[in-house]
Every structure is written in C-alpha cells, then in structure tokens.
Design a protein around this ligand. Structure first.
Ligand SMILES: [Zn+2]
Length: 155
C-alpha cells in the first residue's frame, strides 16, 4: 500500500475580513495538527495574528476549532498535555540544561578550548535527540487519536 501524497498547503478564511491565507510547511503542520494548542494564527489580509476561533478551512468551510475538536475527540487528557506547547518547551528546556551540565562534567578534564566547543555541542545533541523522541511520540499519539501520523492528510 502506498501512502497518499502529502498536500503542500491548505487555505483558511478569516471570518472577520473574509481574507484567505495559505499555510505551508511548518505552519501547515502546526495548523493541521488537531492536538495543537496554538491559540492564534496569521491572517495575511489583516497582516496580524487573530484567535484560531475566527478562522475556517476554505475547502471544507469547517471552523478550525471544530476541526481540532472533531479529530482530537479520542485523545486522553495525558495525550493532550503531552502535545501541548508548555510540555514541549519544558522538556526541551530540561534537555538543554541537562546537556549543558552533562557536557560540563563529561569534558571537565579537557582543555578549555575543547570545553568551549564540546559543552554546547553536547547540549545541542541532547535537544536534537530528545526532540526526535518527542516528535516520534507525538506522531504515535496522533496516529492513535486520529488515524494519521501525518496530519496534513486530514480533512
Ligand atoms: Zn483577516
């Protein structure tokens, strides 16, 4: 079975000004994620951020808040919490600090030039690894909750 191609963009309408905005790449992934708790999104006509509740998908006419609720109905409160921005920033922040402290002890006996390079490198590597684990866990949760690992395929 081949996977359907992932759409490159989707358009939403701002209720207030009826202006349309096309989202791509990261913004599209974020807006398509039903477990996203991002409260505001960009309107390219207003040239300002507005509350997500004022926006609807152009192709289906469904409000984005309704879309989120419909596709995330099966999510438990723990899953919602795990996918929230607060937990993401918290976990990545801990990974960064943990990496800095770990790198400091790991290279405590090295010359300072080596420490200068290796301590930030260790922190960076920690954030990358923990970030990859977070992304993978989030995709697994999304798959369980809405049937798709790739939420850009959702309608
Ligand atoms: Zn607008």
């Amino acid at each position: 079975m081949t996977n359907p191609p992932v759409p490159e963009s989707r358009t939403y309408v701002h209720e207030k000004c009826q202006g349309v905005t096309e989202v791509r790449e990261n913004s599209f992934e974020e807006m398509s994620n039903p477990l996203s708790d991002v409260p505001q999104t960009w309107c390219s006509v207003c040239e300002a951020f507005g509350p997500v509740s004022e926006f609807a998908w152009a192709d289906t006419g469904e409000k984005i808040t309704d879309y989120r609720a419909r596709h995330s109905a099966r999510a438990t409160s723990v899953e919602r919490l795990f996918c929230s921005r607060g937990v993401w920033f918290g976990v990545l922040g801990v990974a960064l600090i943990g990496g800095l402290v770990g790198g400091y002890f790991l290279f405590a006996d090295s010359r300072w030039q080596m420490q200068l390079v290796m301590v930030p490198f260790t922190a960076f590597a920690c954030v990358l690894i923990i970030g990859a684990i977070m992304i993978e866990s989030t995709k697994t949760i999304l798959w369980r909750v809405c049937g798709f690992r790739e939420t850009r395929l959702l309608k």
